[in-house]
Design a protein around this ligand. Structure first.
Ligand code: LLP
Length: 416
């Protein structure tokens, strides 16, 4: 997380001190680095430069309009999974010709909106969906550009909740049924077969499962071409992991090197759907210590952020480094603590049994690597307003989402 470093004794995002940010806008707050976002996007773009490609940022990881507009302006495309994400993508300025629509449960309305917007492609995940899309497209008098998402059945070696390319998962069309599904797709008047698609999981820290899956997909593309079904695009999905602690995920270049041999040979346009690896290490959750508590059995640091702000630790057992904003704390004593929020659940923790520099009430902490699936999965549980989001650019910042108010939380509700 090179864009989060100590300068003049405080942890900073680029050149903005998190202490001064907290004083200006309060806590909890998500703080994103524009430079980090662009660096990771460009690293993908460079790594795949030798083949025609579109890096379609997976909006689900962080859908803030400020984040999206930054990537759209840099030339990225978007991977969406809902009508809401289509709305955001268009609002943020992604050209429809760079938007792809993934997901197992697209509704007719969502299909219609995406067809009317003339998006690049639908990644179709079942025959039922394919037939519905065919109908909707014919009703509109258009042909839907389609890739079938094929489940290559490889083990991505990641947390079971975020593995998607196994035989037992709900995603994609089983590899063994793919040829038949393509033949049906090729026969439909409302559908134009354009590509093949996969996504095997998230937070993958090895390149081999990606390479295995792409090799399977490449063999399918060849078999399809023998049947005169022309495949012009291959979507390799997202899933490249980030470093939280000791993981050593492949770099963008290593990832590209693992995939390119098979892709180059096919002569296709390569689509990518990265989410976490673009935004994960570009953001932190900034929070303040409310209380210290020692029960005799355990020490707790109670902070003003909670599982409603960042659910990843209890949900996936994920590790997020916790850093004091004040560099001076790093030289002091350490202690083993649970870092917990104010929510009435024992699952409300951001770090467990963690050896941390001793912090006092009022201290600021940064929960690192929180840019992906942080705010995006936040809720209003316990009627907690969702945090503010800030995008830093050099020595300036923009509040790209204001903190929710209590009025926001009840807007839309009525008493009978
Ligand atoms: N494409 C498809 C079809 C996906 O399902 C996903 C993520 C992506 C792309 C982007 O994957 P990424 O590059 O971000 O790994 N909430 C979980 C992660 C769920 C990922 C779901 N699908 C977490 O916090 O770890």
């Amino acid at each position: 997380m090179d864009h989060f470093t100590y300068r003049n004794f405080d942890l900073c995002c680029e050149q903005v001190s998190l202490r001064s940010l907290a004083a200006d806008i309060g806590t909890p707050a998500y703080v994103y680095s524009k430079a980090a976002l662009l660096e990771s996007y460009r690293a993908y773009d460079d790594a795949f430069a030798e083949v025609p490609h579109v890096v379609c940022y997976s909006i689900k990881a962080n859908a803030n309009l400020g984040v999206l507009a930054t990537l759209a302006r840099a030339g990225a495309g978007a991977d969406i999974v809902s009508g809401g994400e289509l709305f955001r993508a268009l609002r943020a300025g992604f050209p429809p010709s760079r938007i792809i629509f993934s997901g197992v449960g697209k509704t007719r309305d969502e299909m219609r909106d995406a067809l009317e917007a003339e998006i690049l492609m639908f990644n179709v995940e079942s025959l039922s969906e394919l037939r519905t899309l065919d109908e909707v497209a014919r009703e509109l008098g258009v042909r839907a550009p389609v890739a079938l998402r094929v489940n290559p059945d490889v083990d991505p070696q990641t947390h079971p909740y975020i593995a998607t390319g196994l035989k037992t998962s709900k995603f994609g069309i089983p590899f063994a049924q793919a040829l038949e599904a393509y033949e049906e797709a090729a026969s439909l008047k409302g559908v134009e077969v354009v590509g093949a698609d996969m996504h095997i999981g998230s937070q993958l820290t090895k390149a081999a499962p990606f390479a295995d899956a792409v090799a399977r997909l490449a063999s399918l593309v060849k078999a399809l071409r023998e049947r005169a079904i022309a495949i012009r695009t291959v979507d390799v999905g997202g899933g490249l992991g980030i470093r939280h602690r000791e993981e050593t995920p492949p770099t963008h270049r290593e990832y590209a090197m693992a995939l390119l041999p098979a892709l180059r040979e096919l002569g296709v346009t390569v689509l990518l759907e990265p989410g976490r690896s673009i935004v994960g290490n570009a953001g932190v959750l900034l929070t303040r210590v409310l209380y210290r508590k020692d029960t005799g059995n355990k020490k707790f640091v109670v902070i003003d952020a909670a599982m409603n702000d960042l659910i990843r630790p209890p949900l996936y057992d994920s590790y997020h480094e916790v850093r004091p904003v004040s560099e001076a704390r790093l030289g002091g004593p350490t202690e083993k603590v649970d870092v917990v929020g104010p929510i009435c659940e024992s699952g409300d923790f951001l770090a467990k049994d963690r050896e941390l520099a001793r912090t006092e009430e009022g201290d600021l902490l940064a929960v690192m690597s929180a840019g992906a699936y942080g705010f995006a999965m936040a809720s209003n549980y316990n009627t907690r307003p969702r945090a503010a989001e800030v995008l830093v650019d050099g020595n300036r910042y923009t509040i790209v989402r204001r903190r929710e108010t209590y009025e926001d939380l009840v807007a839309g509700e009525t008493t009978p």
